[in-house]
Ligand binder design. Structure first.
Ligand SMILES: Nc1ncnc2c1ncn2[C@@H]1O[C@H](COP(=O)(O)OP(=O)(O)OP(=O)(O)O)[C@@H](O)[C@H]1O
Ligand SMILES: [Mg+2]
Length: 264
């Protein structure tokens, strides 16, 4: 990490206590510092606690043990400085695409004309122009996910928490959205925490890739991934391919461990 620290995760432990059944230890002593305007990717086997960590950062789960500080202050619930794109789309089913994107802007108290303009701008950005009046049930999975991304980006949070945001997109749209996200990040210099299962996506988008261990999740290794993202041949260059290989080996070892312990 370089520059000023934005987010500090310090010795965080998280245990789910279902109403019935045994407690589930999801995170074990997770520590991670994230710099201002840094782009960090989180990778790890299914069930290792990536979403849990993101919910904690978003303030949607209480910190049980350890500490999380954003700009030096402990987190106290969700706040507009942290926008989250959930793994499973969280659109209001009774609102249209436009109304969903407008929602966050209304809460910010932006005047109506500006709100409409801005909502339409972000709907266009994610390629949903023409679908403003559609309800979520009328959209494909990928379109829903893009609507959710537009809603989060429109609010312009300083911190973007993204949980497999491109997981439901086809390969072409995914690649376009990756480039768009990088453009937005370069233009607005947000701090981004991006969860993905796609190693190449992580190494391409992030400056650092944090690989988590099988459940209970810990940070196993942090891999530097600073490459020239404008290089059209980047995916074929040796340093890029080697970094992808290295991260892939780390993740594979943990996925095997998760399978053995039946954690996934
Ligand atoms: N509400 C809950 N109650 C009990 N256990 C839970 C709850 N939510 C998650 N868990 C458990 O906590 C662990 C971590 O879950 P989490 O959703 O954070 O994993 P993940 O890394 O995001 O997985 P995936 O890659 O599949 O999305 C899992 O073993 C899961 O079964
Ligand atoms: Mg998850």
């Amino acid at each position: 990490m370089s520059g000023r620290t934005h987010i500090v995760v310090d010795g965080v432990v998280h245990t789910y206590q279902p109403p019935r059944g045994r407690p589930v230890r999801a995170l074990e002593n997770v520590s991670l510092d994230i710099g201002e305007q840094e782009f960090v990717a989180l990778l790890g086997p299914s069930g290792c606690g990536k979403s849990t960590l993101l919910y904690l950062l978003g303030g949607y789960l209480p910190v049980q043990q350890g500490a999380i500080r954003v700009a030096g202050k402990p987190i106290a619930g969700p706040a507009p400085d942290r926008g989250i794109v959930f793994q499973h789309f969280a659109l209001f089913p009774w609102k249209t695409v436009l109304q969903n994107v407008l929602y966050g802007l209304e809460k910010q108290g932006m005047p109506r004309d500006r709100r409409l303009l801005r909502a339409r701008e972000f709907i266009a950005l994610v390629g949903l122009t023409g679908f403003e009046s559609s309800f979520p049930a009328q959209l494909s999975g990928g379109m829903k996910q893009r609507a959710a991304i537009a809603r989060t980006l429109a609010v312009d949070p300083q911190i973007l928490l993204m949980d497999e945001p491109f997981g439901a997109l086809d390969a072409q749209t995914r690649s376009l959205m990756q480039v768009e996200l990088l453009r937005i990040w370069e233009g607005t210099r947000k701090t981004v925490v991006f969860v993905t299962h796609d190693v190449q996506e992580a190494v391409f988008l992030a400056g650092r890739v944090a690989v988590m261990s099988a459940r209970p999740g810990r940070i196993k290794e942090i891999v530097e991934a600073r490459f020239d993202k404008d290089d059209p041949d980047l995916f074929r260059t040796r340093p890029f391919v080697e970094t992808v290989d290295h991260v892939w080996n780390l993740v594979r070892a943990e996925a095997i461990a998760a399978q053995r312990s039946g954690a996934a």
